[in-house]
Design a binder for this molecule. Structure first.
Ligand code: TRP
Length: 452
């Protein structure tokens, strides 16, 4: 049934897919968002719910989204159209692809600004700026930096240029080559940082904080946040993994590869926690301080430690690399579509998409300073974009992916595409993707709309 109008490039190996997809999954979500959310939501119980959500909702949807991509063999918009045609359902399903491309633009526009902060902090850490400073001074530095659009625009631009430079080199020459070097580098840096943190006196408290669940600190709100975070961190619901799946050779097992990716993503989130919280606790700092955690809290700690400026800089290089391998995944659905349908060259498609995200990102950038009073539903532009994508558009996207794979495609189609050796594993997937995943996504959405 697969529509082969577009002769598609493919990953050169299973490993190439696993590295690229792990690159997409592992990002600011793991190293910036996961630690600060865990800090805000009280630790272990939040982590436990997060792990359950990865297993029961994240992995089934990841398998489903990859499957749709490989069966559709095109960019998400065209893949959804041709899959809908083959299944004889409404062509309106292609709007699921559109929703994804638009979410990708919106996410990348603010993602790039935060990644730019990380890049700036590489250099700040490496200077003597933070040596033995007080929490107040660190907070002031961060605020001064965040409210200075002229400085930030430089870092935001550099980050988008790096993204476009990789994406424009194509699937094998860009995405694959980039992740082949960046991912191992990231793993090494993370291990070094964990070893460094493990040597500090806060280790015991950090391990207890992360792994001993205290259910009295778990609210309904925390459960939903954990669910949303699992979903964002795996990079689901907007066609990133769908387009990566479309480059997957047909002999590779989707279930096995995606489970490796989900495990890597989860491991990195936990390791990031192990790199950060011992340092936070050793220095008697506050774990629940929100999005500023890695920019405001960590520099104080690194500034007070032997070798701190080196390890601090290393930490922000890690954040930057992780963000870069995610940003290329966010822009790829749009680039694939522009080359397929608009006949643009890969370079032109990447440059135009990058420019659009860059322009949108200026809005986020200004939302911390001159536009901070521009508010909609009580949120500034950055908060609005974060909310609109992570809490509204991605859950809708995830819901549609689960419903399409679980209800629209026939059992035979999915069985054939997944080729799982163990029929019980297939039944478990089918049950989760038909019932559990759509309910989870529905609940996040209803909560976002304040209907529950
Ligand atoms: N998963 C990435 C992170 O944790 C971000 C990301 C990449 C993403 N592709 C995505 C998020 C698609 C949502 C949808 O930072």
């Amino acid at each position: 049934m697969t529509d082969q109008r577009f002769v598609h490039v493919q990953w050169s190996s299973r490993l190439a897919f696993v590295l690229a997809a792990s690159g997409s999954a592992i990002g600011l979500g793991n190293i910036w968002k996961f630690p600060y959310l865990t800090g805000e939501h009280g630790g272990g119980a939040f982590v436990l719910v997060y792990l359950l959500c990865v297993a029961a909702i994240g992995i089934p949807i990841m398998i489903a989204e990859t499957l749709l991509g490989r069966r559709g063999r095109q960019s998400p918009i065209n893949a959804m159209r041709s899959l809908a045609e083959a299944a004889k359902v409404s062509p309106a399903w292609q709007y699921a692809g559109w929703l994804g491309v638009i979410s990708g633009f919106l996410i990348l526009s603010y993602y790039s600004v935060i990644a730019g902060w990380a890049l700036a902090y590489v250099f700040k850490m490496n200077s003597a700026l933070f040596s033995h400073i007080t929490p107040e001074t660190a907070a002031r530095y961060f605020d001064e930096f965040r409210t200075d659009p002229q400085i930030q625009v430089i870092w935001h631009t550099l980050f988008m240029v790096a993204t476009v430079a990789i994406v424009s080199r194509g699937v094998n020459g860009g995405l694959e080559k980039g992740t082949r070097y960046l991912m191992p580098a990231l793993a090494v840096m993370l291990v070094v940082l964990v070893l460094y943190a493990v040597g500090t006196e806060g280790l015991g408290r950090a391990v207890a904080f992360l792994f001993l669940p205290d259910f009295s600190r778990l609210s309904g709100e925390s459960v939903l946040t954990a669910m949303g975070q699992a979903f964002f961190s795996l990079g689901l619901g907007m066609g990133s993994i769908m387009v990566y799946g479309s480059y997957l050779p047909s002999h590779v097992s989707i279930a096995r590869s995606t489970i490796v990716v989900a495990a890597a993503d989860t491991a990195v989130a936990l390791f990031a926690g192990l790199a950060i919280f011992p340092i936070v606790f050793s220095n008697h700092l506050e774990p629940g301080m929100g999005p500023g955690l890695i920019f405001q809290t960590l520099p104080i700690a690194f500034g007070a430690m032997p070798g701190g400026s080196f390890f601090g800089a290393l930490f922000f290089v890690l954040v930057f690399f992780a963000a870069l391998t995610s940003s290329i995944a966010m822009i790829e659905p749009a680039v694939a579509w522009l080359t397929e349908n608009r006949g643009l060259s890969r370079e032109a498609a990447s440059a135009w998409s990058g420019l659009a995200c860059w322009g949108l990102g200026l809005g986020t950038l200004l939302s911390f300073s001159s536009w901070s009073d521009v508010r909609l539903f009580g949120r500034n532009l950055f908060e609005l974009l974060d909310f609109l994508t992570a809490d509204v558009m991605l859950p809708i996207g995830g819901f549609l992916v689960a419903v399409f794979a679980g209800w629209v495609l026939s059992r035979r189609d999915t069985e054939e595409e997944l080729e799982m050796a163990d029929s019980r594993a297939y039944e478990a997937w089918r049950f989760l993707v038909r019932y559990v995943a759509p309910s989870g996504m529905g609940i996040i959405f209803l909560k976002a709309m304040e209907l529950i």
